[in-house]
Design a protein around this ligand. Sequence first.
Ligand code: SF4
Ligand code: SF4
Length: 367
Amino acid sequence: MERYEFQFLLGRELLRLVLDNRLDEIKSLPKKFESNKEQARKMILAYLGALSFDERIEDAIEKIDERPVFPLILSSEERVETLPPCPTGALYRDREGRVKIMQRGCISCGRCTRDGFASYSRTGLVKSLKLLKSRKKVTALLAPSIDGQFNVGNSKLERTLKQIGFDKVYNVKYGAQMMAQNEGKELEDCIKCSTWMITSCCASIKELSLKLFGVIEDKHSTARTPVEYTSEYIKTEDPDNVVIFIGPCLAKIAECHRNKNVDGVLLFSELEMLFSVYGVDFSGDYYIKEDELASLSRRDGISNAVKGFCSLPAKSISISGISRNTMKQFSSWTRGEKPDADLVEIVCCPNGCVSGPGNTLRVRRNC
Ligand code: SF4
Ligand code: SF4
């Protein structure tokens, strides 16, 4: 069975048990995936928020409500010939050839969870499902990269989300506009002072700056993220609203974990499983519209939006994908070198969120 398909089928089974209040039956789930039993056990532990892959599923179920939803990337302890790719070099092989992670260097980009089975992470799936079933008013807050994740237009997607239990649907684009507006003003100030600034909606880049490049952190605009602006707006409108962010990656889970206005997080891949459990099938040609995928917004285009709110002419560059070379470039900035631009837009995944590790089967198979 193809790996992505296996992840999808296992996640869907797990989801059924959570929705039917049969969580205790999860421990027998690996038996259903005889050829991938060990991998199934690890994935279940990740969904339950286990602290390590050595934990017993029963213990993880018992402690599920105590565990914070935070994308801790777990080393699988498997022996490997080659390491999965890691933009920061946080993965290494120990003497026995097992994959280990230096948590200090991990920026939760999830690339290793996408490309190899070396490690995995917790997600907000179980907590979000519980919120969805809680009879509270639940708002879906969609990341802009939802465009193209499902073979369906926005209005039908919104209707479907409401059919499966969401009361309202918002798109983070609302907050992106506010962020661009604020950053446009900051950019003006930077140009006047002959300095430069970074714009990024990418949560991994924020982690990267915080953990590895303090000087770059100082170059980030002080504007808040689109998720922060939009979730704050939703809560101000109605404080009783429960907000579930639906997005492309693990790093966004980390961002939302720090945001008091976001109550739960789902990945696009998890929403895909949820739709499947409810029998939602958008069309027969679900996986074949490749030309549509090609036209997906590969970068958020935030820098253009920011320049649109800046009254001075500004030069920008975009960096999408973190590699050894970009890391060298970042290091040079920490030594005081200046990029050939007033505004630098950076995202961690090659081609932007369309390569995110939490995308749907449809997008992951084509990117
Ligand atoms: S999540 Fe990203 S930074 Fe962390 S170990 Fe995996 S590839 Fe490296
Ligand atoms: S580029 Fe998008 S999907 Fe990739 S880590 Fe950043 S926010 Fe997540």
